[in-house]
Design a protein around this ligand. Structure first.
Ligand code: ZN
Length: 229
């Protein structure tokens, strides 16, 4: 009799998901006969599968703008924020968070030698290397949009047309955002120099070394253009 009840429960699919804990207890019960346990196991499996399919087919909307989410957008956002956001809002939320985290952890009160007020010791060092080398830079430009995504570069070097980002945080959210931003720069053909806390002991050499490569590339391109004429 009990095995038929269990079988019938399976047919209710997701509606029976509240009985899953009871089925689990029933499975463990030593007084139940083997064929009952087998029916209970099968019913539990059917119900769990129904719940999984329902979740897959559920329509998820962006928490911020309400747009319908693609499955990969939903998965990525859930993983990073445990909340559903579309790709566009993901960036905005990420940047808000980043600004918040930066503010909380570092506060924008570090003053470089040339008077630029920055957010971290790493950024201060970048300022000081650039000004010591007489390299023009703009710090903390407003957001600009790269293919629909908001980007706030730390430094922009107009003579080189190069962006410099100091990736100072070490949280998982931050890293996901960082990789995504680096990819965006690349997709847009923007030149980006990334610097990290580990670079700090040799920041001057690393920054100038990376810059020299860009300069070199430009010179090579220029020469090639001359030759092809
Ligand atoms: Zn959105």
């Amino acid at each position: 009799m009990r095995q038929y009840s269990a079988k019938a429960l399976g047919a209710f699919g997701t509606h029976a998901k509240d009985v899953l804990p009871d089925l689990r207890d029933l499975c463990k019960s030593p007084v139940e006969k083997d064929y009952v346990t087998r029916s209970v196991l099968a019913a539990g499996k059917t119900i769990r599968e129904a719940v999984r399919i329902a979740e897959e087919q559920a329509v998820h909307c962006c928490r911020r703008c309400g747009v319908k989410l693609a499955a990969d957008e939903y998965a990525r956002s859930q993983k990073a924020f445990q909340r559903p956001f579309c790709d566009h809002c993901f960036d905005e939320v990420f940047l808000d968070r980043r600004n918040f985290e930066t503010k909380v952890e570092l506060q924008k009160t570090i003053c470089a030698k040339d008077g630029t007020v920055v957010q971290s010791d790493g950024e201060r060092m970048i300022c000081e290397v650039l000004s010591a080398e007489g390299i023009q830079y703009r710090y903390d430009e407003r957001f600009r949009i790269l293919s629909g995504h908001a980007i706030r570069p730390d430094f922009y070097l107009p003579e080189f047309d190069v962006y410099v980002e100091y990736w100072g945080m070490d949280t998982a959210d931050y890293k996901i955002g960082m990789l995504k931003k680096q990819q965006l720069y690349q997709q847009q053909g923007k030149k980006l120099i990334s610097l990290y806390p580990d670079d700090k002991p040799h920041l001057c050499d690393i920054l100038l070394g990376k810059l020299a490569k860009f300069k070199y590339n430009e010179a090579v391109k220029h020469r090639r253009r001359e030759i092809s004429r």
